[in-house]
Design a protein around this ligand. Structure first.
Ligand code: SAM
Length: 397
């Protein structure tokens, strides 16, 4: 084994990592490990690199080896604990943070993540108050308000499919605040999968609350690009429309693409906070606060194109929406939308969104439309991977 070759390759890996060239860094760390499989600096570097690349599950193994090397710096154990937390392994994450803390007191960020991991793990025993008390004890003076921790924890547990723990936390939240429409609905979803659409009051409250963070979270953190992808699919069929409706327009992310397609653009949404953001962005001739199906039913024959990006995820049964859209379109008009990809029929997911199978979309659309465009896409990143979706363009019969 050539020690100099190993050192040179390690230097290349570290330099690439520092410059943000993650693929080059990974290749170089792996090249070091081919020469010396137990090279703990390379294992740690590879693990960190994978963590930065959000490949959390893959990061766990090299970080485990790196953390258990003789005389390993405490930071390695902390990184391993973070990686375990980000894969939803709260039990091992809590144990690893605790072990790291015995060697060297954890920095603030690590301590609050440890507190969350300990609490989420303790929820498996079914006592939400005891789990939150544990959070407060571990976090000490850094502890945040327990309701905030419980609200965020609920979403995280659902994302990792820890549904019993999520129900425990959801019940604690609902008891403390029975008037909270968002939490009450999200808990109901975990017990009653027969709900055939999200209640408008829930959608309104959810997006009024989300509006301020929506663009940053969806576009910058989750790589959400559905409006532009849908516009491209529409443009491959037809490039000019006189009257466009952006149904469930949200903050108006579709506006720039829609302006290129048409002369007159109307945006409709249930959430006034989302509509205020769309007004700030500009690009709409009219913005209307209304429920989607009710709006369509009262605007017969008024649009040439209706776009609904990431909106059908709030409807299980699509029949009323398709019927109303067919009514609101002029002859030959297009309805373009995205769905979260399901296997068959429609399904209410623990996330409180709906997925739709292709069979169901085809059958339900058949009475008023024919499918003229279809494309599989990645809708957004999630805690556990990516969410797959399907785009459709339907033409009114
Ligand atoms: C995930 S956001 C997508 C926003 C926008 N279309 C985009 O792609 O950025 C879903 C939007 O649909 C709206 N929405 C959901 N159900 C609705 C309904 N029944 N009527 C009107 N708007 C609805 C929500 O208020 C929210 O602004």
């Amino acid at each position: 084994m050539d020690a100099q070759a190993i050192e040179d390759m390690l230097a290349i890996a570290v330099a690439a990592g520092a410059e943000g060239r993650l693929d080059d860094a990974e290749a170089a760390f792996r090249a070091v490990l081919v020469m010396k499989p137990d090279h703990d600096e390379a294992l740690f570097g590879l693990g960190l690199n994978l963590l930065i690349a959000r490949r959390f599950q893959e990061a766990v193994e090299p970080l485990t080896w790196a953390a258990h090397a003789p005389n390993a710096e405490p930071v390695r154990r902390q990184c391993l604990a973070h990686a375990l937390f980000l894969t939803g392994d709260f039990s091992r994450a809590a144990d690893t943070f605790a072990a790291a803390n015995t060697v060297e007191a954890l920095p603030e960020g690590a301590r609050v993540t440890w507190a969350r991991a300990a609490a989420y793990n303790a929820l498996d025993h079914g006592d939400a108050q005891a789990a939150l008390d544990l959070y407060a004890k571990v976090a000490g003076p850094l502890a945040e308000d327990l309701e905030t921790i419980a609200r965020q924890g609920f979403g995280i547990l659902v994302a990792f499919n820890r549904l019993d723990a999520a129900r425990t936390l959801g019940a604690w939240l609902a008891t403390r605040n029975p008037a909270d429409i968002i939490r009450t609905h999200e808990l109901r979803v975990l017990t009653d999968p027969s709900l055939d659409r999200a209640p408008p009051a829930y959608v309104e409250a959810l997006f009024d609350d989300f509006a301020e963070r929506f663009d940053r979270q969806l576009v910058e953190m989750l790589d959400y690009r559905t409006p532009a992808l849908l516009a491209d699919l529409i443009a491959s069929r037809q490039t000019r429309f006189k009257r466009i409706l952006d149904l469930g327009c949200g903050t108006g992310l579709a506006a720039p693409s829609l302006q290129r397609l048409g002369a007159h653009v109307t945006g409709v949404d249930l959430s006034s906070a989302m509509l205020a953001k769309a007004a700030e962005r500009g690009g709409y001739d009219h913005l209307v606060r209304a429920e989607a199906v009710a709006f369509l039913e009262s605007h017969a024959g008024r649009f040439d194109l209706i776009l609904a990006a990431d909106v059908l995820i709030y409807f299980g049964d699509l029949a009323p929406l398709f019927a109303a859209a067919a009514q609101a379109l002029a002859p030959g008009g297009l309805l373009a939308f995205s769905t979260e990809l399901g296997e068959t029929g429609w399904r209410l997911l623990p996330t409180a969104r709906y997925s739709h199978g292709d069979d169901y979309v085809r059958e339900t659309a058949a009475s008023g439309f024919r499918i003229v465009g279809r494309e599989d896409v990645v809708l957004r990143r999630e805690a556990t991977g990516v969410t797959h979706g399907r785009l459709y363009v339907l033409e009114k019969l």
